[in-house]
Design a binder for this molecule. Structure first.
Ligand code: LLP
Length: 415
């Protein structure tokens, strides 16, 4: 499997040592193995090859243009949730007819942009949104293809911040409102309802919830067809979990075993929107120890990355594996790995067993390819880090480090 491995006492990305990358690009920096992204994409694509399907990579997980471009070449579509993501998907070479525009709060301008570009369809999340899309499409003398996202009220059994399929979350249309939706769509002449969608949550580590959601959607699709709506697309979202900490997430083929029979019975086209599964373990964050600080009984490794680079530990108390880039890997002591930002929540690990390290040593933070760089911020006026792409024995900087000048470029001093 391409990606990251330990050989001769050092960590590699494909054929390149991480220390060489850090030397060239500086730290902190993100490192992405393109072959790893491609391999994970192919796993999902293969698992569903027995039905007509589109894997629409969820750009929100990792929006690096080189990554999107590599996936586009494999036939990937895109799941986008803003005008900005639509712009990036098109720029990276994903054709409009493979782009799905989702999100609970699309503005009229974003809807118009999607219609102008001729995207595949909008994933719609509420009745007022159906009416807004209808109005914008009518003004543009177009008919907008839509799928409606329903909330199947299925628990994905994951962190509550990334649970979306329960009825108390803001996502999707309440199943009990199906009748109302039909009435509204019948009155809206500029929308064409062709699909149903459900995405119940992210980082799922079991298949049963997906099976349950697929069944709810099947029943609904049959009912809608019975009512005269030509539903030919079933979109089951993303959410496939990855191994952060020794979890044993299902393989795509295990989800497929539950989903394929439903799609075959419906003779529908399947759309999937995986983000994390493709990107999570295809990227790492490299950082350097700035200080080793002893404070009473505690030891802190203060590193040059912080919550501005990777916010997941601060926001979700998420676990990311951490290791020295070179040398012994065996834990020698318990330490906190923390960033330089002025917040107690700025940490990567607490009481983590790690080898003894010193100022200047390099650290790799794993599973940072999804929801890492994309959630970055410049808080404390810290420029965003570069993104490095690796393929085989070659690597190059695909996105350069922001500069201090970049931080003030759009600002002027008013008196
Ligand atoms: N489709 C929809 C409608 C979604 O809301 C999401 C993720 C996806 C697809 C992609 O899900 P994935 O395959 O990546 O699980 N920042 C959080 C994750 C937020 C997920 C939001 N929605 C984290 O760092 O864990």
């Amino acid at each position: 499997m391409p990606g990251f491995h330990f050989k001769n006492k050092r960590w590699y990305s494909d054929g390149v040592t991480l220390s060489k990358i850090a030397e060239k690009a500086g730290t902190p920096c993100y490192v992405y193995s393109l072959p790893a992204f491609e391999a994970r994409f192919k796993e999902i694509d293969q698992a569903y090859k027995s039905v007509p399907h589109l894997v629409a990579y969820s750009l929100k997980a990792n929006g690096n243009l080189s990554v999107i471009h590599a996936l586009a070449k494999l036939g990937s579509g895109a799941d986008v949730v803003s005008g900005g993501e639509l712009f990036k998907a098109l720029k990276a070479g994903i054709s409009a007819e493979k782009i799905i525009f989702a999100g609970v709060g699309k503005t009229d301008d974003e809807i118009a942009y999607g219609l102008q570009e001729g995207i595949r369809y909008f994933n719609v999340e509420s009745i007022p949104e159906i009416e807004a899309i209808d109005a914008v499409a009518r003004k543009m003398r177009k008919v907008a293809p839509i799928a409606i996202r329903f909330n199947p009220d299925v628990d994905p059994k994951t962190h509550h911040y990334i649970t979306t399929g329960k009825k108390e979350t803001k996502f999707g249309v309440y199943l009990g409102d199906a009748e109302k939706v039909m009435r509204v769509v019948r009155q809206c002449r500029s929308v064409n309802w062709t699909g149903v969608h459900a995405h119940i949550g992210s980082q799922m580590t079991q298949t049963a919830s997906v099976g349950k959601a697929a069944k709810v959607i099947e029943k609904l699709a049959l009912r809608l067809r019975h009512e005269g709506f030509a539903i030919h697309t079933v979109n089951l979202g993303g959410g496939y979990g990855i191994d952060y900490q020794g979890e044993k997430p299902p393989e795509p083929s295990q989800y497929a075993a539950l989903v394929l029979p439903v799609i075959k019975r419906l003779s529908a086209t399947l759309v999937l929107e995986p983000g994390r599964y493709i990107s999570g373990n295809s990227g790492v964050l490299l950082t350097r120890v700035t200080y080793v600080k002893q404070s009473g009984t505690k030891t802190f490794y203060i590193v040059d990355a912080g919550m501005g680079e990777l916010i997941r530990p601060s926001l979700y108390e998420a676990y990311h594996r951490i290791a020295p880039v070179e040398g012994p890997q065996k834990p020698a002591q318990k330490v906190d790995v923390v960033g330089p930002i002025c917040e107690s929540g700025d940490f990567f690990a607490k009481d983590r067993g790690l080898p003894s390290m010193k100022r200047g040593d390099l650290i790799v933070i794993f599973s940072a390819g999804a929801y890492g760089s994309v959630m970055g911020s410049t808080y404390n006026a810290r420029p965003l880090p570069p993104e490095v792409i690796v393929r085989g024995n070659k690597f190059s900087v695909a996105r350069s480090r922001q500069t201090w000048q970049d931080l003030v470029r759009r600002e002027k001093i008013l008196t």
